[in-house]
Write a protein that binds this ligand. Structure first.
Ligand SMILES: Cc1ncc(COP(=O)(O)O)c(C=O)c1O
Length: 376
């Protein structure tokens, strides 16, 4: 039985009917850009996460750029970023005129390595840093990152694109962040019907700057106190997201059950894998098996042959991307990120995946792993 890596059409019974009604309402009230639906979404996200303020925007990449600009990051500044992440984390500092410095990852939690981060910060004196909460959990040293950055006046932007619904010591990752960002790209845990994003800020003042920058620096309709750009959220995205929030707890619970099941199977058959540090509850965004770079090619062939979708999130370290050359200010650490990128494999996890599909993925993967034994 083929299983897709992701299928975004498996919505709950009644969802499409409610969405059709919402589309009619949004059209009749011409809530095409901004409006009450966006305000309601911001309020619901604020309540749910416990953050002080939330601003909707056009996508998760813009959210990072808005956060950096709001923190005053610009030309001449350096920004520390992890070497294993999505390329947007690397692009954001460049797009605000700053230069990224990559920091290698911790091979256990797969997040930016705190000790290397401290070394990089002491040598580079960065204005800001982006800590990415990758794979649906975060760093085991989260508190250390936050305290260190506050002590050194380094703005810490937490890229939570993959972290919606994950809990750290019982709290949302967005609750105590100075600035944090979210992507509502459709494949995310809370995905929209298009591109959308949000910035979480520790104060209303900071949120106001973000809101102004994302709306042409407006102070009045034709008064511009800043040079910003257009990063407003569409009403249809907010409508889809508000509707999805009604289902999100069950979706996250189901995703967690799938990633637990995969981990149980990996343990049983002896495949190395990664999972959240003890003080986290993951959101089930991705399953993370680490078969290694020698074995992965054989697994890929076997999964493809049986029609099992898989991911390699992400296949290349930031500092090794051809596009990094012109912008990379420095690179700290060794090859952990590169090894992860060349050896990781992700099995399907999505809303509506069936038990039988998960079982099929496990069986095909286990068989392929045993056959690949000769390669290891
Ligand atoms: C870690 C990370 N940062 C940033 C982004 C960018 O978000 P968007 O695609 O909404 O611009 C993503 C989305 O894929 C991501 O996974």
């Amino acid at each position: 039985m083929p299983v897709p890596f992701i299928d975004l059409k498996r919505l709950e019974p009644g969802f499409l009917e409610r969405w059709a009604e919402k589309c009619a309402e949004l059209t009749e009230t011409t809530q095409f850009v901004g409006g009450p639906e966006v305000t309601r979404l911001e309020e619901r996200l604020r309540e749910r996460t416990g953050a002080k303020a939330v601003v909707g925007c056009a996508n998760g990449t813009d959210a990072l750029q808005l956060a950096l600009r709001a923190a005053g990051v610009g030309p001449g500044d350096e920004v520390l970023v992890p070497d294993a992440t999505f390329w947007a984390t690397f692009e954001a500092p460049v797009n605000v005129g700053a230069r990224p410095v990559t920091v290698d990852i911790d091979p256990v939690d797969l997040q930016m390595d705190f000790d290397l981060f401290v070394k990089a910060a002491e040598e580079c004196r960065p204005k800001a840093a982006i800590l990415v909460h990758l794979y649906g959990w975060g760093s085991g040293r989260l508190q250390d990152f936050r305290s260190f950055c506050r002590e050194r006046s380094i703005t810490l932007v937490e890229d939570g694109a993959q972290g919606f619904g994950a809990l750290h010591k019982g709290n949302s990752l967005f609750k105590e962040a100075q600035l944090a960002t979210l992507s509502f790209y459709p494949a995310k845990v809370l995905g929209s019907c298009g591109d959308a994003g949000a910035v979480f800020a520790e104060s209303e003042e900071l949120a106001d700057i973000v809101r102004r920058l994302g709306n042409h620096g407006r102070t009045t309709h034709y008064g511009h106190g800043d040079v910003g750009w257009n990063s407003r959220m569409a009403g249809f995205d907010a409508g889809f997201l508000n509707l999805s929030l009604d289902y999100i707890d069950d979706r996250i619970e189901a995703r967690r059950a799938v990633t637990h099941r995969y981990r149980g199977a990996f343990e049983e058959i002896g495949v190395p894998f990664a999972g959240p540090p003890d003080d986290y509850v993951e959101n089930g965004y991705l399953s993370v098996a680490l078969p290694g770079l020698e074995t992965r090619p054989a697994l890929e062939v076997a999964l493809r042959e049986k029609g099992i979708g898989f991911g390699t999130v992400y296949p290349g370290a930031m500092s090794r991307q051809p596009g990094a050359k012109a912008w990379l200010a420095a690179r700290y650490g060794g090859e952990n990120a590169d090894r992860l990128c060349r050896g990781v494999i992700n099995l399907p996890v999505f809303t509506g995946i069936t038990d039988a599909e998960v079982e099929e993925c496990i069986n095909v993967f286990a068989e392929a792993w045993h056959s690949a034994g000769t390669v290891r």
